[in-house]
Design a protein around this ligand. Structure first.
Ligand code: ZN
Length: 135
């Protein structure tokens, strides 16, 4: 094999690994969602919020609440990973001093309800103010 052929073989091997990983993750998510649905049904009977044969809107309402809860959890996770991956220092936008940056939690009103998300936030001791490095 020449260099081009070797390069192509390596690339396709990496692509196979990626697609296997994606398939594994999708399967794991599917399993977790089925389990969450099972727990939700059991919980709704245990806490008495669904008894006997309820109107379908009651079932739909509880299911939708769970979906919103999952959405908020995903948003929080994505944001905290982004904040953790950001640089640990940034220049103060006012005086240009290099300052420490840390993930800081703040409340957020998402379309799926209130969530607490992490943003990377810098603090300049000289200017005595916080700043968002991304801004
Ligand atoms: Zn400053």
């Amino acid at each position: 094999m020449d260099d081009t052929a070797v390069g192509l073989a390596e690339k396709s091997s990496a692509e196979v690994k990626d697609s296997e990983r994606v398939a594994r993750l999708r399967e794991r998510l599917e399993r977790s969602l089925r389990e969450a649905a099972e727990i939700e049904v059991e919980l709704s009977r245990a806490d008495g919020s669904i008894r006997g044969v309820p109107h379908y809107s009651v079932i739909e309402g509880r299911a939708h609440e769970l979906g919103k809860q999952l959405s908020r959890a995903v948003q929080q996770r994505q944001m905290s990973e982004l904040a953790a991956a950001q640089a640990t220092t940034a220049k103060c936008p006012t005086c240009g001093t290099r300052c420490a940056v840390r993930p800081k939690k703040r409340p957020l009103q998402s379309v799926d309800g209130a969530a607490e998300i992490a943003d990377a936030q810098g603090y300049c001791p000289g200017c005595r103010r916080s700043f968002f490095p991304a801004a």
